[in-house]
Design a protein. Structure first.
Ligand code: AKB
Length: 343
């Protein structure tokens, strides 16, 4: 059957923030057809760039079977997830989507790989939410954390991501290790842990690092904004174009150079107050206040103020193109102004 099927790149969560940027880049840079999947109908602009798109859930097995009956999936970008705030309201659903959905896709990748006799690449965005620092004093003392430090998440989403990292590592390195003939075509799982992402063109849904993009978009669209964390709250961030560069660089890296399956990546760390200052300097009419929500604050306080991404730098030459100045002055402000021009 594999001879009849067209080979394709599968992107789940295609309508999300990373999905938007990734589909735009992949459709320009790669000749491989893209198959997009999202709970919602894919936006028309993105649809045009895909060979096919499906609206449905990643835990719908019949749908997944339909996709593989039509396409030989040789690379997967598994972006679909319920983010950290939303997952706290519906932890069971979050577990279904974030864990069961990922496990189903790992199985799909395994099957596709063994039929085609080649490993399927499986790109998985994890998050700084896998870290859990118990209090602010520890967070200050920890500074920049390494991949294996402080991995005791306090959110369902963080637990889900951390476990899926381990599942991916298992499918890549240890799958059916006791079988007489272990598979030669294990899943080529590659994972990066994103910091808070900030896009000039889309807004996140249901995350806890959302205060940064929300503040910027509110100011650009002349709306008042009450930030739900304290002014001194600090976590690492990254501009969306760098997030897309990072996942594509990891996907294209020579597997022989990858000494890990899971990599920290970051660009700059900033407090909510730093972001307010930059936004207020650029949009003098901005109305930004601070009204911390105790519960969401606790979650952000448990995330590190910085991550050490030296493994990514040395194994696949990771280097963010946008530092904090370039993120705001070279990317966010010019692009966001166009977005809201005339609004
Ligand atoms: C969230 O806030 O849940 C995400 C994340 C940090 O992974 N943006």
């Amino acid at each position: 059957m594999s001879g009849m099927r067209k080979s394709a790149i599968l992107i789940t969560g295609a309508n999300g923030e990373v999905g938007h940027g990734l589909i735009e880049r992949l459709s320009e840079e790669s000749s491989d057809p893209i198959v997009a999947l999202d709970l919602m109908e894919i936006e028309p602009e993105l649809k045009k760039r895909c060979a096919a798109s499906y609206a449905g859930s990643i835990v719908d097995r019949a749908l997944m079977e339909r996709i593989v009956s039509e396409y030989r999936v040789r690379e997967i970008y598994h972006l679909a997830a319920l983010l950290s705030t939303r997952a706290e309201f519906t932890p069971d659903t979050a577990h279904d989507v974030n864990v069961t959905g990922t496990l189903d896709l790992l199985r799909l990748a395994r099957d596709q790989g063994s039929w085609a006799a080649e490993s399927v690449k499986f790109l998985f965005p994890s998050s700084i939410a896998v870290f859990g620092l118990p209090d602010l004093e520890t967070k200050r003392a920890a500074g920049s954390v390494k991949e294996w430090e402080w991995t005791a998440p306090m959110t369902m989403y963080g637990c889900n991501k951390l476990y899926c990292e381990q599942l991916g590592r298992y499918y890549a390195n240890h799958y059916r290790q006791l079988a007489e003939e272990p598979s030669e075509y294990n899943v080529d799982f590659r994972c990066l842990r994103y910091p808070g992402l900030i896009s000039a063109t889309t807004l996140p849904q249901g995350g806890t690092s959302d205060y940064a993009p929300e503040m910027i978009h509110a100011a650009a669209s002349r709306k008042p904004y009450a930030c739900f964390v304290r002014e001194d709250t600090v976590i690492p961030f990254m501009a969306m174009p760098d997030a897309i560069d990072a996942i594509l660089s990891l996907a294209r890296a020579d597997v022989g150079h990858l000494k890990r399956r899971v990599y920290n990546v970051t660009s700059f760390s900033a407090t909510a107050g730093d972001i307010r200052d930059r936004v207020a300097a650029h949009f003098p009419h901005a109305e930004i206040t601070f009204a911390p929500d105790e519960k969401r604050q606790r979650i952000v306080d448990s995330w590190p103020s910085d991550v050490d991404d030296s493994w990514a730098r040395s194994d696949w030459d990771w280097d963010a193109k946008h530092d904090i100045d370039a993120t705001f002055n070279g990317y966010l402000f010019p692009v966001i102004e166009k977005k809201y021009a005339g609004a």
